[in-house]
Design a protein around this ligand. Structure first.
Ligand code: SF4
Length: 363
């Protein structure tokens, strides 16, 4: 019979974290915490926003670059949107970059980050998870942020699954969040809630992995219901995934000498405010006129296709290329090729790189 004593769990997790904590550029490790070093809420916030849609290895160079260029929230608040969006290019979800910039301005104006989850939730782009993560990691509030790693660990510890439906999984998530919060509540008043959250994140990432969890070395193996059942991998039982729909569109790469024409997308919506090559709408079916939305009357030539997967759909873009005469005046911005590639989000970069690569071969 498995017992779930939160106090015992906390002791086991703390001991494990002190030996196995991952070294991350935004983290203050347990030894430094012992010596009184406090996490910087700006760095915690920045890392959490970056990590919402991507992995640690992918986000780390971006984090390092942001930190070097804008070492505090005031500096980021004073940066131009063009600079922030260009530095964000490749991290996806430009609405996040917009919210990040708006949030930095609001925080700089109020003189610092709110120090609890309730106050943090009022900031632009800071949802319940991010608020809980910042509040616990930066301010040791006893609140449980439940990311995918913590969700998996907790679902296994208590063997919480679902019937595979959306409704069932939503209900299971509430139970999982409740158990995660029970653990945070069991911390002593001056306990390091941030260490608990980060320890569970690390445990999920390195030991209690989605496939083949390494239960033998897990500090919680004697307290784990899923392990006792004999098949921990079956947890969590999430709702069945729906097939990702595909959208279709065209991207028009207009080249003038060494420059490429880019246009800025409308401020809201997907890739809001980002530079892109001119393009068509993105439709559920192949476009009847593939040159719909092409700028100017040029000899457009189809170069190929790029694919990009967003969270809710996959995009297939037909890439077209044309050469504009030296005097051509167009609405948008002509950018040198390297600058254009640096300013583009990933999907735009794929399209322009395909067109330019082909163009280069013709020179
Ligand atoms: S015992 Fe295994 S399944 Fe349970 S929490 Fe540890 S690694 Fe995960």
């Amino acid at each position: 019979m498995v017992t779930h004593s939160p106090r015992k769990m906390l002791t086991a997790v703390d001991r494990w974290y002190r030996r196995h904590a991952r070294v991350l550029p935004w983290r203050v490790g347990p030894e430094a915490r012992d010596q009184g070093v406090r996490p910087d809420p700006y760095l915690v916030w920045l890392s959490e926003v970056m990590l919402q849609q991507t992995t640690i290895p992918h986000a780390t160079p971006y984090f390092d670059a942001f930190r070097k260029r804008w070492p505090n929230v005031k500096k980021l608040a004073a940066a131009s949107w063009e600079d922030v969006s260009a530095a964000w290019a490749g991290l996806g979800y430009y609405s996040r970059a917009r919210n990040l910039h708006a949030c930095a301005k609001a925080v700089a104006e109020r003189g610092g980050f709110p120090q609890d989850a309730k106050g943090l939730r009022e900031l632009s782009g800071v949802g319940p998870y991010t608020a809980a993560a910042i509040a616990s990691i930066a301010f040791d509030e006893r609140i449980a942020p439940v990311d995918g790693n913590i969700e998996r660990v907790v679902s296994r510890l208590w063997a919480i699954g679902s019937d595979g439906t959306e409704k069932g999984w939503r209900a299971a998530k509430v139970v999982i969040a409740g158990h995660a919060q029970d653990l945070a509540d069991a911390l002593p008043a001056n306990g390091r809630a941030g260490d608990l959250a980060q320890a569970l994140m690390d445990l999920g990432s390195t030991v209690c992995t989605p496939r083949k969890p390494n239960c033998l070395i897990c500090p919680l193996n004697a307290m784990c219901a899923a392990r006792a059942e004999g098949n921990p991998e079956r947890y969590p039982v999430k709702a069945d995934k729906k097939a990702t729909p595909t959208r279709h569109g065209s991207a028009f790469v207009l080249v003038r000498g060494d420059d490429v024409l880019l246009v800025r997308r409308p401020p809201s919506g997907l890739l809001g405010g980002m530079m892109m090559p001119p393009g068509s709408v993105w439709a559920d079916a192949k476009l009847k006129d593939p040159l719909e939305g092409a700028p100017g009357k040029f000899a457009w030539e189809r170069i190929g296709e790029v694919r990009h997967v967003f969270t809710h759909f996959a995009l297939k873009l037909d890439v077209w290329r044309a050469q504009a005469p030296a005097h051509a005046k167009m609405s948008g911005e002509w950018l040198a090729r390297e600058d254009a590639l640096a300013a583009l989000p990933t999907v735009g970069r794929k399209a322009v790189a395909l067109a330019i690569g082909d163009d280069d071969k013709r020179r």
